[in-house]
Design a protein around this ligand. Structure first.
Ligand code: 2M8
Length: 433
């Protein structure tokens, strides 16, 4: 049974392979997505290290001159997805004309590269990839920093599209009256109650149109209507910078700039802390309003090695409360909050890639019991509901796209029963990494 699921996971990655890059799932997402590809590389690395490298090499082919690695690389035309390259209007931005979107996505790539280095020791192949990451991280600092915290300029940039974290900032955006008529494709593949609502989609497209009208210039975004500090991207970036520094050191490359950025990100985490919520929450840089409730990405603080000892012990209590209010770990939004919506995408469902990072961070910090609860719940969900895109935390039902690449990758790399386990011990809170 177990072996079959390993085989099944490898078969999903193979079936979603479009020749050097992997689509998240057939039809619903027919292009190369940024953090999906990074996680897929971890899945490939368990059985085909060359293919793992290819995945991330093709991803950085999308990198712009300013260092940004876009959230989608449109490898070949496909009518199954909207918005495609025409709506993004990024022509002229990529140095070799590769069609891409105009925003980025959670920068998990350097953390993946470090694991590829541990798995292969292939310094020659890693050097250009590490350089690309260093340029990308410098772009995050230049283009996406506000009051010390990492901001996103579109909900899609956070990877957590319709999370309640973005509701207030989105509500303030007036839908552009000149928005061209469009047909959503996602709701023709998936039930509408598992996807973002239409009024949110119109606002997503209003931000895209605004970017396209301004040729995706960074400064134009600095003045844009949507600019929200995101604990998810902040913590993922901080961890990625730590992994990049370690990787550069191992490769004999200069890591001074990375170390300086790490200091800034450590300090910046404080801007996201909410005493009222007992965790790190999103913060609208335009209105100064803070999100009132907690998303699962708050618990990436351990993955990042962020926060003071007292913040972390308070956040641990919050995490315990979240875990005890859901049947399965870890809901993407606190079930005790009114905005929680068990089947609707990033407003409640469980996402295996977030579970992986939260659980690994907790394990590294010595919280073995919680780490194991999150890991074993993820394995149970996949075993019982299949390699789905996301899962209802109240019922365990599998939702969204099927045969999903990053779910398969997480099974192979992290939560499947045949993954070698580091020794688990509840050592209490370990220090900073
Ligand atoms: C979802 O996002 C895309 C837009 O980027 C969409 O809904 O059309 C998110 O779950 C995102 O995090 C993910 O990378 C992408 C592909 O799996 O799908």
């Amino acid at each position: 049974m177990t072996i079959d699921l390993d085989q099944r996971a490898r078969a999903i990655l193979a079936a979603n392979d479009r020749g050097g890059y992997t689509v998240p799932t057939a039809r619903l997402y027919p292009f190369q997505w940024n953090w999906d590809s990074a996680f897929c590389a971890l899945g490939f690395a368990t059985h085909d290290i060359d293919r793992a490298f290819r995945e991330v090499e093709t991803l950085i082919e999308g990198q712009w001159d300013d260092g940004m690695i876009p959230h989608i690389v449109f490898r070949r035309p496909d009518p199954d997805y909207f918005p495609g390259p025409e709506a993004w209007g990024t022509a002229g931005r990529h140095p070799r004309g590769v069609p891409t979107s105009g925003i980025s996505q959670p920068p998990v790539l350097a953390s993946v590269l470090r694991r590829l280095h541990q798995a292969s020791g292939d310094a020659a192949r890693l050097r250009p990839l590490a350089e690309a990451c260093a340029r990308w991280h410098a772009w995050w600092q230049r283009a996406r920093r506000e009051g010390g915290a990492t901001v996103v300029v579109h909900p899609w940039e956070s990877g957590r599209d319709n999370c309640p974290d973005w509701d207030a900032a989105l509500d303030r955006i007036a839908i552009d009256p000149d928005l061209p008529a469009y047909t959503r494709r996602d709701t023709s593949h998936i039930d509408a109650d598992q996807r973002p609502r239409q009024e949110q989609y119109d606002r997503y497209m209003t931000i895209v149109k605004r970017g396209a009208d301004r040729h995706w210039e960074t400064d134009a975004f600095a003045a844009g209507p949507f600019r929200v500090a995101d604990p998810g991207c902040h913590f993922i970036l901080l961890r990625a910078e730590r992994d990049l520094a370690a990787l550069l050191g191992a490769l004999g490359m200069d890591d001074a700039a990375v170390r300086a950025r790490i200091t800034g990100l450590e300090a910046g985490a404080d801007a996201l802390w909410s005493e009222a919520a007992g965790a790190w929450v999103a913060h609208d840089a335009r209105s100064d309003a803070r999100s009132g409730a907690v998303a699962s990405t708050a618990f990436l603080a351990w993955w990042a090695g962020a926060g003071t000892a007292s913040q972390r012990s308070r956040a641990l209590e919050t995490l315990r409360a979240v875990l005890s209010s859901a049947r399965f770990a870890l809901p993407s939004w606190d079930p005790r909050d009114a905005a929680f919506d068990a089947p609707r995408y990033w407003r409640g469902p469980i996402w295996p890639v977030v579970n992986f990072m939260v659980s690994e961070g907790l394990r590294e910090a010595g919280h073995a019991d919680m780490a194991e609860r999150i890991r074993s719940d993820t394995a149970t969900l996949i075993r019982e509901a299949g390699f789905m895109e996301y899962f209802d935390p109240t019922s365990g039902r599998g939702l969204g796209g099927g045969d999903f690449s990053w779910t398969a990758a997480m099974w192979l790399h992290w939560c499947g029963p045949n993954v070698p386990r580091p020794r688990q011990a509840n050592a209490g809170e370990a220090g900073e990494r």
